[in-house]
Design a protein around this ligand. Structure first.
Ligand SMILES: CC(C)(COP(=O)(O)OP(=O)(O)OC[C@H]1O[C@@H](n2cnc3c(N)ncnc32)[C@H](O)[C@@H]1OP(=O)(O)O)[C@@H](O)C(=O)NCCC(=O)NCCS
Length: 192
């Protein structure tokens, strides 16, 4: 039986995969990859809450150490990050999706989420939650075809936590359209 070629044991394949992970976005290269300790400072600089919250800093450090954090980088500039773990009844769960304040509404959040979905849906489903008051996230989840599954009250006073799930597409759950690139960033090269 031929040995299975993987990214790890075949450098040519690794290069091809790495090229495939580079996407052209607004005429410059954009990269979505796992975060490393080298990204920590920039992550704190991007996330306004992390600057003042010790818990958030710790959670970021832990996510990086556990290889659960992903970053979206354009021209060596970190624009967004996300945390994905199998933390919800052993199911993939997007614990955090964060786009730098100055970079919002440009399509980066959707691109990063689409990448996490591709990872999560290898396990047939992906879950996440957000506050009821978080309209941007709720709209994004709706756009990406996530289904509302229930709410938990009394975590944040007067602001329920809403849970969402997306199943691997089949005849019952058809795939949503791919992420729409915003006009300034349109490219034919993008592959989620
Ligand atoms: C939620 C968040 C990740 C969205 O990222 P973004 O890069 O601004 O979103 P995108 O530009 O990819 O937008 C994709 C879709 O999301 C929805 N959306 C995003 N921001 C929105 C806003 N301010 N108002 C309404 N809808 C919004 C829209 O449906 C949008 O599609 P459209 O542009 O075709 O209308 C971003 O607002 C953020 O980082 N918020 C702070 C952290 C947070 O609350 N994270 C979620 C909980 S973990």
């Amino acid at each position: 039986m031929p040995s299975q070629q993987t990214e790890q044991n075949n450098p040519l394949l690794a290069t091809a995969y790495s090229r495939a992970r580079m996407v052209a976005f607004g005429g410059s290269t954009m990269h979505i990859r796992r975060a490393t300790v080298k990204d920590y400072r920039e992550l704190i600089a991007v996330d306004r809450l992390a600057r003042s919250s010790r818990d958030r800093k710790l959670s970021l450090r832990r996510a990086i150490a556990e290889q659960a954090a992903y970053v979206l980088v354009q021209r060596d500039c970190l624009l967004a990050y996300a945390i994905l773990r199998r933390s919800f009844f052993h199911r993939p769960f997007v614990e955090m999706l964060y786009v730098a304040e100055t970079e919002r509404r440009k399509g980066y959040g959707e691109l990063l989420l689409a990448r996490l979905e591709a990872k999560g849906l290898q396990h047939a489903e992906i879950w996440t939650s957000t506050n009821r008051s978080n309209k941007p996230m709720r709209r994004l989840l709706k756009k990406r075809g996530f289904m509302f599954t229930g709410r938990v009250c009394r975590l944040d006073k007067g602001d329920a936590e809403l849970f969402y799930c997306k199943k691997r597409p089949n005849k019952i759950n058809p795939p949503p359209p791919g992420p729409r690139l915003h006009a300034h960033a349109r490219s034919d090269v993008y592959q989620p």
